[in-house]
Design a protein around this ligand. Sequence first.
Ligand SMILES: [Zn+2]
Ligand SMILES: [Zn+2]
Length: 549
Amino acid sequence: MAQSSTSNSNELVFLPLGGSGEIGMNLNCYGFGPPDARQWIVVDCGVTFGRETSTPGVDVIMPDARFLEEHRSDLLGIVLTHAHEDHHGAVAHLWPSLRCPVYATPFTARLLRGKLEEAGLDGRVKVKVVPLGGKLKLGPFEMEFITLTHSILEPNAIAIRTPLGMIVHTGDWKIDPDPLIGEATDDATLRALGDQGVLAMVCDSTNALIEGESGSEADVRTSLTKLIKELKGRVAVTCFASNIARLETVAHAARTAGREVVLVGRSMHKMVEAARETGYLKDFPQAVEEEEALHLPADNVLYLCTGSQGESRAALARIARDDHRHVKLGKGDTVVFSSRVIPGNELYIHEMQNKLAALGVAVLTDEDHFVHVSGHPARDELAQMYRWVRPQIAVPVHGEMRHMTAHARFAEELQVPQAVVVTNGDMLRLAPGRAEIIDEAPSGRVFLDGRLMVHEDEGYARARRSLGYAGFIGITLVLDTKGRVVADPVYHLEGIPEDLFEPVEGAVLRAINGKKRGDLEENVRIAARKAAHAIWGKKPIVRVETVEI
Ligand SMILES: [Zn+2]
Ligand SMILES: [Zn+2]
């Protein structure tokens, strides 16, 4: 029988559009079919967060989903592994241009619905709830949700069966033998998948550089309970609100120490409510209101606060600025950071800790006390996962380049036949044949700027970054019909030091009167920039306009 040509044969491809080569905003696409007629599913659709210094005025950053918009008619659905912002936070923003059903387990679906409601999309988006361990078929993709452990409720791996082989997409995970809430890792199913034969595993790289194991939530409970019992004065604990087991641990520690729990920060309330509504946190104490807590003795209060990463508008940053309406901390009080420093946030966190220290507050962190465990697999756990799943191909994702390359080398050491590092936009053919990158799709970051979405490379987003750095000079030249300058130029300056006014004016006049050939506007623009740079050492944005009279 004649073999059909490659271009008409089915292929199985993986295409990351976010999260591979950077931290955050995960967007993973799987395609099946002949190259000109592939069908697609998306696993996770997350955001990352901007900072005033690098992306002025931009809080939320998401992946460029142009490729999926172009293939919208062949997009079968978005499947979410879990409810962290870097995995589901972009659905409400990108859905209007993708318009496909979304699938998630109950807790993730509950949080997503809240977000869709805020975005005015409730009722329009079909959010279909998949039970834990449930199955789902979308076109050629037959999926099975596998319960893992992580730092949030209901983390799932997705086994994706296709006619060309099975992929295990791990999502975020660790192996926590005692996660406190929810099931332990479903290793029996992972082993069974391995027995059936797994073509590729697309796997979390976050802690691929860290030896050993990540540790258990149960051990944090023991340690934190002991620590808080010894503390005097007011105690505030900050952690990620989405780590429901940790919230329960803090409540347990509070109870043991005879303290009432006070939730501080919007997302603390939101998370506790979502967990309760989906059947978790049954024993969580009724939290005391912030105002009520003002009347309690200092030794009977425990504030559970948002803002462990130094986010300027979150509860803890306000408390540190002594700018919170109901929560005041001072000498003799303690703040416990039951969290880690996410790379990139060091400056903000340290600044906040310095402010707390200046108020006389003791600051305890995971550097000096055992108050936190990571939600991602260290190398012993990665090795265990590879022994269970035994894939033919390892595809590290969810990390910076250094994490992903270390993960790939480690997979090879573990005898995985092929390990391939791909970054956002690389289309990797997983089958048939050896895995290789066969194409490139547009990728990048899109900023949510106020209510508008703008690609990071678009002129005005770039201009805003430059403006923050060096300000703006506008110059209007008044010309006659022959193109001669007939009046003094008009200047419009924003954020420019006064020392520059005269030299820039002088340079502009020389450029106008000079014999330099070429475009007058461009000559003036360059002259103004050079003059500014000569004095300031920085080049402002310069725009030159002409008016003809
Ligand atoms: Zn993640
Ligand atoms: Zn996660």
